[in-house]
Design a protein around this ligand. Structure first.
Ligand code: SF4
Length: 560
């Protein structure tokens, strides 16, 4: 049951900027650019690079791309250069970015929480097979991410995506990134409100809007109406979370200012109630506050969380209402604590009597054959579509009751399982050293090997645990895979082996977590002094923790 509550106090301190110096806030200091990023964004509209990619760079190749486009504006269309193979993590900090970079790109396609039809899955699979050497990962922001993309192939990729309504628009860059949406929107029997109309309206009005394409930094959005709180709403710049107002009915609770990275901060409630019809306006108001008042001088102080830390929720709400909406929003209730897992893994009945089935790849790796095979399987069993989740999983929607077993069996040969072990279900990993220029250690292969080892060595213990155990593996301190909100978060760094050699490894963060069925209050995990593991020792460490927890736990005790 929801309860009306005032916004909670700030949960993590963020140091305010020094007084007296301009911080590049457009409405306070003017629009004079204060760093190189601000210069290139003002010199030429970032979204305009698409035309040059299509007309010039795709025809004349990698060497025809000037620096400002290659390392700047390409991001606004989801393109980053990837890391050259074979450069170890010890050299990440010593080489210039261009020395680390390959002539190929990572390309991110936003799904925005929307259902992917078999046709869309085939297009996504075909792009992987034809242009990305078979790569395709589900990211923890419900994107599909490819590698090995050549600039020559980008126009054809965009053409194919366009045929099924998919896009890479502002999938990266200082812009509104891909939205997180409930994977069971519109179908779950226990849904409070279907966020699909709000997401589609915001997309229709504002994605690709040049007025919102020069923000101080990235701007992340999450929208859900499901009581499991399935979009990690506490760590987005803006989140709309389904609640029922005692007088006004279903709508959303508004959260702002969450983000992780190296200065993590959980988002805060403004304490207002937003109707479905107001959602797009409110989103537009918050993103314009960020555009107009966000700090632009230092990039590591530019996320919305720093502005919120200075303003506080009361002032933020006031500015939103007075300067951007022109009306007051009513007070509203907070979301109730969830009573079921938010990953949607397993078989669940929909409100229409059909079923949805959540399935786990290994650390989000799907690849072209899996995506195409999934499209075939969905059609074969008469299901409808699939959505991606923030846990790097897939949910198949609209499965007829008498075909559920066939679907579940058909997922296994595709590398997807609806009955994953606890560690396969719980582990996510960022891109890591295989392709990321900032990485210090490998993540995906390390995590996959650890999962296989743990399943073999500790399968009985894992099967006996009925608690969530989130394990998030990151290749550097940037926390793309949410180091601080995991039960066990691994932060990539070089560590000393028993022989005193520097080897790839991880700093361990323990005890973090977002609000879930296992945990009433979110909290950031803490590093334990000196607790580091080598990459080779990751499985041993997790096994030790899991076995000790299983041996010592009280009945019903959760890992959180
Ligand atoms: Fe790259 Fe670091 Fe982000 Fe991983 S956490 S994807 S290594 S920047």
């Amino acid at each position: 049951m929801s309860t009306t509550a005032s916004p909670p106090p700030a949960r993590a301190a963020v140091r305010p900027p020094r007084a007296g110096r301009p911080n590049g806030q457009w409405k306070v200091d003017g629009t004079e650019p204060l760093n190189a990023n601000e210069v290139f964004k003002q010199e030429s509209a970032p979204l305009g690079v698409r035309e040059r990619i299509e007309d010039v760079y795709a025809k004349h190749g990698f060497d025809s791309i000037p620096d400002d486009d290659l390392h700047g504006r390409f991001r606004w269309w989801g393109l980053y250069t990837q890391r050259k193979p074979g450069i170890d993590g010890g050299r990440t900090a010593t080489l210039e970015p261009h020395e680390l970079e390959d002539r190929y790109f990572m390309l991110r396609v936003r799904s925005d929480g929307q259902a992917l039809s078999p046709a869309a899955l085939r297009v996504l699979g075909g792009i992987s097979t034809d242009f990305a050497r078979g790569t395709a990962d589900i990211t923890d922001r419900q994107n599909i991410q490819y590698h090995w993309i050549s600039v020559e192939d980008v126009p054809e990729i965009w053409r194919r995506l366009d045929t099924v309504g998919l896009e890479t628009t502002t999938a990266c860059g200082d812009s509104p990134r891909g939205f997180l949406g409930s994977p069971v929107a519109g179908i779950a029997a226990d849904e409070i409100i279907d966020p699909t109309p709000a997401i589609l309206e915001i997309k229709r009005r504002y994605i690709g809007d040049p007025e919102l394409a020069n923000l101080p930094r990235k701007f992340k959005t999450a929208i859900t109406g499901h009581p499991s709180l399935d979009v990690v709403h506490e760590i987005n710049d803006i989140s709309l979370v389904g609640v029922v107002h005692p007088d006004l009915g279903p709508g959303y609770d508004l959260w702002v200012g969450g983000a992780l990275s190296t200065t993590p901060r959980l988002g805060e409630r403004l304490g207002v109630f937003v109707t479905q019809e107001q959602a797009a306006d409110v989103w537009h108001g918050v993103i314009r506050i960020f555009r107009d008042y966000g700090y632009r001088r230092l990039r590591n102080k530019a996320r919305l969380k720093f502005l919120l830390a200075d303003w506080g929720t009361e002032r933020f709400r006031q500015v939103l209402q007075d300067e951007y909406l022109g009306y007051a929003l009513p007070d509203g209730p907070a979301p109730a604590a969830p009573t079921r897992p938010s990953d949607h893994v397993g078989v669940h009945e929909q409100k229409d009597g059909r079923f949805y089935v959540g399935a786990a790849p290994v650390v989000g790796r799907v690849g072209g054959n899996t995506l195409t095979g999934l499209a075939d399987l969905i059609e074969q069993v008469g299901a409808e579509s699939a959505r991606l989740t923030v846990h790097q999983k897939v949910v198949v929607l609209g499965v007829p009751a008498d075909r559920v077993d066939e679907l579940v069996a058909g997922l296994e040969p595709l590398g997807l399982t609806a009955r994953p072990s606890l560690v396969r279900r719980s582990t996510i990993a960022c891109t890591g050293i295989e392709f990321c220029k900032l990485a210090i250690v490998d993540t995906k292969d390390t995590a996959a090997a650890a999962i296989a080892t743990l399943e073999e060595r500790a399968g009985d213990v894992l099967a006996s645990l009925d608690t969530k155990l989130e394990i998030n593996v990151n290749g550097c301190p940037n926390s793309c895979a949410r180091i601080q909100t995991a039960d066990i978060g691994f932060k990539g760094q070089l560590v000393l082996s028993d022989d005193g050699e520097q080897v790839p490894g991880f700093q361990v963060h323990l005890g973090g977590g977002l609000t879930s069925a296992d945990r009433e209050e979110p909290g950031l995990g803490r590093t334990v002094r000196g607790l580091k593991v080598t990459a080779d020792g990751l499985a041993d460490y997790v096994e030790k923790v899991v076995r000790r927890f299983a041996a010592d736990r009280e009945p019903g005790e959760t890992f959180a």
